[in-house]
Design a protein. Sequence first.
Length: 98
Amino acid sequence: MVDLGGSLAVASHGVFATGVSTDLNVTYLSNGGAIGDTIKATAVCDRIGKTLAYTSITFTNKKGEIAARGSHTKFIAKVWGKNEPYTTDKPVHAEEEK
């Protein structure tokens, strides 16, 4: 779930080929619940640079307590069309039609 959540957080910023995982960590803080309970995951892309993207993911149980948290680093240098960093004012596209 940390891998998937981190990748989706990166993709939500326009980097759809999300690269390769270089680091992934999970810390379990409390009981997630019983079998069949729903766990809520919130994934955030903390920073996107020229070569790496950093994400954090929190998992909360039905009581709203943080059950686990994760961090995920992705190597993204080879996914940039021209190795340009992502900016919020210009979406990243593989190719633009002219």
